[in-house]
Design a protein around this ligand. Structure first.
Ligand code: GRF
Length: 360
């Protein structure tokens, strides 16, 4: 039995799809899902599968103590690490230890539209803006160069004249659900038979050697059948329409909030965090609500804009305590903006009202 760990940061539809692809087989299984952003949808999705250990590992651990993550992977007996919309540079300790056993999926025909800064909708926007007629999906090994590791499998997707970034993302996701599980099988086969070096030919694990692999564009369910793993296409059609604006990469610049709380040890030693919907830990800190300022601006400056600011200010804590850290941050920013709007309108109204009153 080969064990897979998935690293994800966002929506997690690929993570769930990979889990389902291998769920009922007995040769490969997803044993661990690690996410690095509180409130990531992937955690919610994986909560439905109690046989998978789902852990949140904060930025501080990735940055300062990657050895702990490596120890965890080893303790869990992980054979292969699979990145699926993972928003962070993988520390060198891990890429070295899992060289040839760590994969990433990128929603373009790498090397086109890849590398630092190319992630999520930015890719699809750039592809459409450039008038490309095809884009695609690439599964590659992870190296120290962003999106620069050896390409394992690639599949083209047509770009229609009327495609939007959202519709293109949807088509690309559909291909990903089929391509990634097959690429994982291929990479596992490669580990089993390192002497077979033609990676352009799909390789199957030894147990199914002798069976002719289907062509690369075969639907995933047929491929699964060949491997003897159960694959329910209905269940695998996950998350349609849910990924727009979410997903791909990344905190490759290392600039996102640092969440200083739980240690990997605390999570790995069964403190009950596994498989729970993500909830912010108090140490993560609630974003500022600006409620007092919102009230002051409502009273002193501009009532309508101030009320909008109050509404957003109130949303900060409700979203935070519901575990929606991103929503709380958004509400906090909006409250701040509306406070400024209220102030500016208040100043304008007062400045203009004086000459008008004098005129009449
Ligand atoms: C996918 O498009 C993948 O290619 C990219 O990030 C996206 C993740 O989507 N790396 P999801 O989170 O699996 O829905």
């Amino acid at each position: 039995m080969k064990k897979i760990a998935i690293f994800a940061s966002g929506n997690g539809s690929n993570a769930e799809n990979i889990y389902k692809f291998f769920a009922n087989g007995n040769r490969v299984r997803v044993a661990l899902v690690i996410y690095d952003r509180p409130g990531a949808r992937v955690a919610e999705r994986m909560a439905a599968y109690p046989d998978v250990k789902t852990l949140y590992i904060p930025k501080s651990v990735w940055a300062e103590n990657p050895q702990e993550i490596l120890d965890l992977l080893r303790e869990e007996g992980i054979d292969m690490v699979v990145l699926a919309g993972f928003l962070r540079f993988v520390p060198q300790e891990l890429t070295e230890a899992y060289a040839g056993r760590m994969l990433n999926i990128h929603p373009s025909l790498v090397p086109a539209y890849s590398g630092p800064g190319m992630y999520g909708d930015k890719i699809h926007q750039a592809v459409i803006a450039a008038g490309e007629t095809k884009s695609g999906v690439t599964v590659h090994y992870v190296s120290d160069v962003v999106d620069g590791g050896e390409i394992l499998m690639q599949e083209e997707v047509e770009v229609a004249a009327d495609d939007t970034p959202e519709s293109l993302a949807e088509k690309i996701h559909a291909v990903e659900y089929s391509l990634y599980p097959r690429a994982i099988v291929k990479a596992l086969g490669r580990i089993e038979s390192p002497s077979a070096d033609n990676i352009n030919e799909p390789m199957l694990p030894p147990a199914v050697e002798g069976i002719t692999p289907p062509p690369l564009r075969e639907p995933a369910e047929e491929w699964a059948e060949t491997l003897g793993v159960s694959y329910d296409p209905e269940k695998v059609a996950v998350a349609t329409g849910k990924y727009a604006g979410e997903g791909d990469d990344e905190d490759r610049t290392g600039t996102s909030e640092d969440i200083k709380d739980r240690s990997v040890n605390a999570m790995a030693s069964g403190t009950g965090l596994n498989n729970r919907p993500p909830r912010p830990h108090v140490d993560e800190g609630m974003p500022p609500t600006y409620l007092v300022w919102a009230v002051v601006m409502t009273v002193l400056c501009c009532l309508p804009a101030g009320v909008v600011a109050i509404v957003f200010a109130c949303q900060v804590s409700s979203k935070f305590y519901a575990g929606d850290m991103e929503g709380a941050l958004r509400a906090s920013e909006r409250a701040q903006i509306w406070i400024i709007v209220s102030f500016v309108l208040g100043v304008l109204a007062n400045t203009l009202s004086l000459p008008i009153m004098l005129l009449f």
